[in-house]
Design a protein around this ligand. Structure first.
Ligand SMILES: Cc1cc2nc3c(=O)[nH]c(=O)nc-3n(C[C@H](O)[C@H](O)[C@H](O)COP(=O)(O)OP(=O)(O)OC[C@H]3O[C@@H](n4cnc5c(N)ncnc54)[C@H](O)[C@@H]3O)c2cc1C
Length: 387
């Protein structure tokens, strides 16, 4: 078995596999070490993604990977609600187990070596040989570049935990699940700092979840499901943390490169990360290849620069909206929802961009009426936030 590679990616999920695919495309050698037995399993994801985002990731999902199409989103507060429509076929629900396998196939066709059941126990750098020594239980690997794509575990081990929320998601059969409408429910008392959701996954199934700060996710999720009636069957349960703290300041430390969830590349509003984490993987892979091949004096830091130029401002705005929502109680959120007009909703439906949704949020939170209301509710705190 080969043990020496130009690059080793630890973590065989969306960001790690896309990074490996790009490195292989340039002809460099790369191995992906994944602790689980099977790529894509267990699935820790709702699978909601835009077709446009997938195109940018270079993925045309197989029919096996597409579970459903969604056309509407119902946003609900404790007493109010409004509905936003999307164009048919723009937003789909994926089976992540299939999607990740599809990307693994793309990567291995180009030359990546993927090894499952390879839990990485330690990573050390030998400065005299300028190489990483990466140990699994059964093997030792060597590489010039180490790509950390270990997901939230990496963030939790190395950074403060403020940005981590616990979540639970069940996939269930229930006749009360709307076939093509997502539900997002805000309730500050039940889901502090986040929300509950239903993502219809086709054929009467749905992914129903909750996340929040310091909540008992199991009890909270079961009471959310029970609120719709007693008729349902659970076919899969997942418990996983989500990251809402925004990106790390740096993704590159010499030849150690952090991508995906491990770099905090998930949206601070919804914790969605297939697109933004996947782009992290692609940009890192491209820049590692350029740097190694010395193309136009390129630097590994160019990956960081490019990711921030695409997502930096957007994520900053999302963090700002998050801070506002965190400070509003249920009554204030109701008040905010009641000033969303039909023309606002029409405008959001027309112009909303799933992957860059801060513009849609600013239509709700940035209208004159909303700013006046938020200023009254938050007073000096808003000025502090704006600063
Ligand atoms: C409940 C839930 C619902 C979500 N829903 C959506 C959604 O609808 N849409 C969306 O866009 N995003 C969603 N996300 C977020 C999305 O799943 C992540 O942002 C995305 O999977 C991040 O990909 P990644 O490759 O960076 O990390 P991960 O997918 O977390 O993968 C990390 C990989 O590293 C492996 N690993 C960790 N440590 C080691 C080690 N020491 N050795 C070897 N391997 C290791 C893990 O086994 C795992 O395979 C959701 C997340 C959760 C938790």
């Amino acid at each position: 078995m080969e043990k020496k590679f130009d690059s080793i990616v630890v973590g065989g999920s969306i960001s790690g596999l896309l990074c490996a695919r790009e490195i292989s495309r340039s002809g460099l050698s790369v191995a992906v070490l994944e602790e689980d037995y099977e790529i894509g399993t267990p699935e820790h994801c709702g699978g909601l993604v835009s077709i446009e985002g997938l195109k940018k990731l270079g993925i045309i999902p197989s029919s096996k990977a597409i579970l459903n199409e969604v056309n509407k989103a119902k946003i609900v507060s404790s007493t109010k609600e409004f509905e936003v429509c999307t164009n048919r076929g723009e937003i789909i629900v994926l089976d992540r187990r299939e999607l990740d396998k599809q990307v693994a196939f793309q990567a291995q066709k180009l030359g990546s070596q993927i090894r499952t059941r390879s839990l990485v126990m330690s990573v050390n750098y030998d400065s005299s040989k300028k190489e990483f020594i990466i140990k699994t239980k059964d093997n030792v690997f060597y590489s010039q570049f180490f790509i950390d794509a270990r997901g939230i575990t990496s963030l939790i081990n190395n950074h403060n935990r403020e940005g981590v929320l616990q979540s639970a998601q069940y996939e269930i059969y229930a006749d009360w699940i709307s076939p093509d409408e997502i539900l997002v429910k805000f309730d500050k008392e039940k889901y502090p700092d986040f929300f509950a959701w239903i993502i219809p996954s086709g054929n009467g199934k749905g992914k129903v979840g909750v996340a929040g700060r310091k909540i008992n996710t199991l009890e909270t999720l079961e009471s959310f499901i029970d609120s719709f009636g007693s008729k349902y069957s659970i076919i899969r349960k997942i418990y996983a943390p989500v990251w809402i703290g925004g990106p790390l300041k740096k993704f590159v430390y010499d030849n150690r490169i952090i991508i995906g969830d491990a770099a905090g590349q998930t949206k601070p509003t919804t914790a969605g990360g297939i697109f933004s984490c996947g782009m992290g993987g692609i940009l890192a892979g491209n820049h590692i290849a350029r740097y190694k091949r010395r193309i136009f004096n390129s630097l590994l830091n160019d990956y960081e620069r490019d990711w921030f130029s695409i997502f930096g401002k957007e994520f900053q705005r999302m963090l700002f909206f998050r801070k506002i929502m965190e400070r509003l109680d249920n009554k204030s959120i109701d008040a905010l929802f009641s000033i969303v007009s039909d023309s606002d909703i029409l405008e959001i439906s027309r112009s909303a961009n799933f992957d860059f949704h801060s513009l849609a949020l600013s239509k709700i939170l940035g209208s004159k009426k909303a700013i006046k209301l938020i200023s009254t509710l938050l007073g000096n705190e808003l000025r502090h936030l704006l600063n």
